[in-house]
Write a protein that binds this ligand. Structure first.
Ligand SMILES: C[S@@+](CC[C@H](N)C(=O)[O-])C[C@H]1O[C@@H](n2cnc3c(N)ncnc32)[C@H](O)[C@@H]1O
Length: 265
């Protein structure tokens, strides 16, 4: 049975932070994201505006707003945005973060060159109906010389995962087709996801006036089933991920691929 990713995220919105923003694996994942992301925050905090597209429960909007920036958080799932709204209220950040329900493939709510930095972290470009349109929209709304970060599902990682499970037909589907069907964990339901290689995502960037400046595999060594609770193991694993995750020969080993680009004039 197939569901839309919007239905999936509406269904799991209340548990999302407990599952994806909790525990050592996801803490390392998020620290690697922040390690790179923070380098592309604009210098002028007062007069800059950041877009967190497909921002879900607001993890990056909140972290960036706490640094003093103004953020617009968009997502297609009202369930995820409701959780974000509550968290933003609890953190007293309502004056720093505006929430708008918007599909990443249609950012008509914003004029051209509106943002100094635009994020699409945690796969909204993989889950939307049309990744080409999403990248074109992220490019359109970002100012010249501003930055865009996009994190997507890695085709090679998923193919290798299915091969290890002996599910060769699924591995073949992931490698051959643009869209794969991801198991949701909600009954037998799946939802469609666009899988990427670093080359495919880089091409989409360049076709849309975005020059790739850094690619990152997230994560490249650790897996969700690793025992990372011990503080020394955690710190060493994080240090290794940070040291190697942007090495060009290692990026393709990541569960996710993050590409950071600069909008060309
Ligand atoms: C894995 S969550 C990531 C949320 C957040 N960016 C983070 O890093 O925690 C994926 C998010 O993409 C959103 N999404 C999926 N398709 C979308 C679309 N077409 N437009 C905007 N958001 C979308 C989902 O609703 C969900 O909140």
């Amino acid at each position: 049975m197939q569901m839309t990713s919007t239905k999936y995220y509406n269904t799991i919105a209340k548990e999302y932070d407990n599952h994806y923003n909790n525990g050592p694996f996801w803490n390392i994942y998020n620290e690697v994201t922040w390690h790179y992301l923070k380098n592309y925050l604009p210098k002028d905090k007062e007069n800059s505006l950041i877009l967190d597209a497909g921002g879900g429960t607001g993890i990056w909007s909140i972290r960036i707003a706490k640094e003093g920036y103004n953020v617009i958080l968009t997502d297609i799932s009202n369930g995820m945005l409701d959780i974000a709204r509550q968290k933003i209220k609890n953190e007293n950040l309502e004056s720093k973060i505006n929430i708008i329900n918007a599909d990443i493939t249609n950012l008509n709510a914003f004029k051209n060159e509106n943002f100094e930095l635009s994020l699409a972290e945690g796969d909204p470009v993989s889950y939307c109906s049309n990744p080409q349109k999403a990248i074109a929209e992220l490019s359109r709304v970002t100012k010249a010389n501003g930055h865009i970060t996009v994190s997507v599902d890695n085709k090679l990682h998923w193919a290798s995962k299915f091969i290890k499970l002996g599910e060769i037909e699924k591995a073949d589907e992931v490698l051959e087709k643009e869209i794969s069907h991801m198991q949701t964990g909600v009954g037998n339901e799946t939802y469609p996801a666009h899988m990427f290689t670093i080359e495919k995502l880089s091409d989409l960037f360049m076709q849309n006036k975005i020059e790739p400046v850094k690619s990152v595999g997230k994560p490249v060594f650790i897996t969700p089933s690793d025992d990372l609770e011990d503080e020394t193991v955690f710190n060493n694993s994080l240090a290794l991920e940070i040291k190697y995750s942007s090495l060009p020969s290692v990026v393709g080993a990541g569960g996710h691929i993050a590409l950071i680009g600069k909008k060309i004039k």
